[in-house]
Design a protein around this ligand. Structure first.
Ligand code: ATP
Length: 250
């Protein structure tokens, strides 16, 4: 469903993503973890066709990004880290706009939208998006993606800006859609989310995919053997393991 081969993105002399390979299966929830500036958003932007790779190949839903970019974009859903929306539209107008450009079957999409709005307590579709908070925009963006029921969904830090209840509902919705066969690619800084939700986790550091596998597989990579949590492993693999010493010296 999501396939990347030798994916590279350079900005001038700087390599933000270095030779990454990905194989993510239908129905899988894949968590993409990494420290700030590791290359997560750059990777998602390449996989969703909004940033040209410097090198490598991307295949989504069996289609090559170089030859089928528009078709891929029509069949995936993307929730970016910063929801950019038309501020002078009302929520309901934005939803209509999305339904029109994606040519979705309106009956089905409206039914799903109502369910998602109920779950997310979205009761503000008659107000202008410019008046929404970050979290309200984020929830509308998620609803506008999920109502289309795309087969592949990319989410960049989806729970940032959401309150605890909304974050929990989002997690449940993601799991429901994956259960129904959607492939989910999700970046997160919240290790608990990766630990609880993701079937497999990839850890990127300085542009390199340094570890990948199920939680159990990742835990077995720990050099010390005693380190059990994903947080410990993440800090160990990304070179932040000596934090305790730094804090002690302060
Ligand atoms: N348009 C750009 N021009 C130059 N450098 C860029 C550009 N976009 C990203 N970078 C650099 O590429 C690196 C990876 O950035 P990216 O946004 O992918 O990181 P990230 O893992 O998503 O980080 P964060 O967790 O902080 O959001 C960073 O060093 C960033 O400064």
């Amino acid at each position: 469903m999501i396939k990347a081969r030798n994916l590279v993105r350079k900005f001038g002399d700087f390599t933000a993503v270095n030779n990454i390979n990905l194989d993510i299966k239908p129905g899988e929830i894949y968590g993409f973890l990494g420290p700030n500036g590791a290359g997560k958003t750059t990777t998602i932007r390449m996989l969703t066709g909004t940033l040209q790779p410097s090198d490598g190949n991307i295949e989504i839903l069996g289609m090559n990004m170089k030859t089928h970019e528009i078709k891929i974009k029509a069949n995936i859903g993307v929730v970016p880290d910063e929801p950019k929306m038309y501020e002078n539209l009302k929520g309901s107008e934005f939803i209509e706009f999305i339904m029109d450009i994606y040519e979705v079957r309106k009956d089905d999409a409206k039914k799903r939208l109502d369910e998602i709005c109920d779950a997310f307590e979205i009761d503000y579709l008659d107000s202008f998006i410019g008046d929404y908070s970050h979290g309200m925009k984020q929830k509308l963006m998620v609803a506008s993606v999920l109502m289309r029921k795309p087969k592949v969904i990319f989410l960049d830090e989806p729970t940032v800006g959401l309150d605890a209840k909304s974050a929990k509902i989002l997690k449940m919705l993601i799991e429901k859609y994956a259960h129904e066969g959607a492939t989910i690619f999700m970046t997160t800084h919240i290790l608990e989310i990766a630990e609880k939700m993701c079937d497999r986790i990839g850890i990127i550091s300085s542009g390199n995919l340094i570890a990948e596998g199920t939680l159990e597989e990742l835990k077995s990579l720990s050099k010390t053997g005693e380190k059990q949590t994903l947080e410990d492993l993440f800090l160990e693999l990304t070179g932040a393991g000596e934090l305790d010493d730094i804090i002690k010296e302060l």
